[in-house]
Design a protein around this ligand. Structure first.
Ligand SMILES: Cc1cc2nc3c(=O)[nH]c(=O)nc-3n(C[C@H](O)[C@H](O)[C@H](O)COP(=O)(O)OP(=O)(O)OC[C@H]3O[C@@H](n4cnc5c(N)ncnc54)[C@H](O)[C@@H]3O)c2cc1C
Length: 440
């Protein structure tokens, strides 16, 4: 067996203590000794004896991801260096089944594909993220092996979830499995192929989510407190409930439903919360579209379009990147499980392009700040530009939020404003003056 050097002590010293841990969970998922668990904030901790096999450190995407080399392994096309990654074809799509479509985040496409793959015998289960049954405002990764468990895990959870820990369950089972993953998790999964090919070989397909940012777990505890809702009263928490485009909802044990804000203000609320509760490592991430996945999925904002795409509300934007991804989309469409509309490259959502540009600009600024403080940055094996004046100006609101986010009372005050009637005029103001229009 190949020998690796990066054991848990290396991980603790080089990644966790340097605030480079993505909390993706892959270290725990690949540990053959099952010696890694998580603390209250979902950071990995050693709970058993480290055998120094090095699997955890070698798969970790926190400090080192060779993006060009991993992209090259998927495709030798020149456009692998595009910020969107290599895309063979793009679609606007939705689940054929209305219930699955409505229960999903965008068009329910990921859930529909997983249900199709399971029923067709192409997979034996999938790693997905569900609400934690003990604490409904928090989330956990599971290996779902039944249609009910897959459907129950639909919808985006904007909450740090070390869901790749569920690779432990894949290790001990026979079969082939799909994985729904954020960009950082996809990076770890691609590294896994070089570390533990047997485990990696059980992964039938990687379904990557677009991701601008996520939030640490305390975001939801503080949100509930600011909204005056007791945790014990919460039956379920929806991050994108209430129909497209959705918003944050609390369903209480007494049967009542409490929307935390009007759905139309969702963008402003979630944006402010990302700034208040976005983990340090997310702010250093340069991959907004899961560029190394087989298929990548994001929201499709129909109201940005003036042509036939303007009618495609409640849909998912899909990037097909690999032959495996193409086969799955084609067979699911032929079986009538999903509905696909071809999206020409020139029509790819301007909002997605703005998100990835914003993410890269934010990473450039944050990395420059860390360099000044003598802190290490993730090594992507690709030149990260020094931030331009424009980058620094664009990130001024983030600097302001950086000051505010350190103070619990100020955070609580901002959340109270976000969940008050003031949010509607504030949202309109933001849309009018600060957010560029994305009409196509
Ligand atoms: C933290 C986060 C940030 C996002 N940011 C953007 C963005 O900026 N722009 C954009 O276009 N899209 C973003 N998305 C993706 C978008 O919200 C939808 O997930 C995507 O459009 C797929 O929708 P769907 O209806 O096809 O998926 P669904 O059918 O709703 O299925 C979603 C699948 O993803 C799994 N999942 C949910 N949360 C997580 C998680 N945290 N980690 C891993 N798997 C998870 C679910 O268990 C489910 O299997 C983000 C998603 C997340 C979780």
């Amino acid at each position: 067996m190949q020998e690796f050097q990066k054991d848990f002590a290396w991980l603790r010293q080089t990644v966790i203590s340097q605030q480079l841990c993505t909390r993706c969970g892959i270290c725990a998922g690949v540990c053959p000794a099952k010696a890694i668990e998580f603390d209250q904030q979902n950071f990995p901790v050693l709970s058993g004896r480290c055998t120094s096999c090095g699997f955890c450190g070698e798969c970790c995407p926190g400090a080192d991801v060779n993006l060009p080399a991993l992209a090259q392994e998927l495709s030798d096309k020149e456009d692998t260096r595009s910020p969107l990654g290599h895309i063979e074809s793009a679609y606007v799509a939705h689940a054929a089944d209305t219930q699955t479509r409505r229960a999903g985040t965008s068009g329910g496409l990921i859930t529909a594909l997983l249900l199709f793959l399971l029923s067709a015998g192409q997979i034996d289960g999938a790693i997905v993220v569900e609400a934690d049954p003990e604490r409904q405002h928090l989330t956990r990764g599971i290996l779902a092996t039944s249609p009910a468990a897959i459907s129950n895990a639909a919808q985006s959870k904007y909450c740090v979830t070390p869901s790749m820990a569920a690779l432990r369950d894949i290790r001990i089972r026979k079969g082939r499995f799909a994985v729904a993953a954020l960009p950082c998790q996809v990076h770890g999964l691609r590294k896994l192929a070089h570390v533990d090919p047997k485990l990696s070989g059980k992964i039938a397909v990687i379904l990557g989510l677009c991701c601008s940012c996520t939030m640490s777990g305390e975001a939801w505890q503080e949100a509930l407190r600011a909204a005056g809702i007791q945790r014990e009263d919460v039956a379920s928490f929806e991050f994108r409930g209430g129909g497209w485009p959705g918003g944050m909802f609390v369903r209480k044990k007494d049967g009542t439903t409490v929307p935390l804000h009007p759905n139309e203000a969702y963008g402003t609320v979630v944006n402010a919360m990302f700034r208040l509760f976005g983990p340090e490592r997310c702010r250093l991430c340069v991959d907004g579209t899961s560029a190394l996945a087989d298929l990548s999925f994001g929201d499709f904002w129909a109201f940005d379009y003036a042509d036939e795409f303007s009618r495609m509300e409640c849909c998912t934007q899909v990037f097909q990147r690999t032959a495996k991804g193409r086969d799955i989309l084609q067979s699911a469409e032929q079986a009538g499980a999903v509905v696909l509309y071809s999206l020409p490259a020139a029509k790819i959502s301007a909002r997605t392009l703005a998100m990835i540009r914003g993410k890269r600009s934010r990473a450039a600024v944050q990395m420059a700040k860390r360099r000044q403080r003598g802190l290490p940055n993730p090594d992507y094996h690709a030149a990260i530009q020094e931030p331009s004046l424009n980058d620094r100006l664009k990130n001024l609101p983030a600097d302001l939020f950086d000051l505010l986010r350190k103070n619990a009372a100020l955070r609580s005050g901002i959340l109270k404003i976000l969940f008050s009637p003031l949010i509607t005029p504030l949202h309109k103001l933001r849309m009018r003056f600060f957010v560029r229009h994305h009409n196509r």
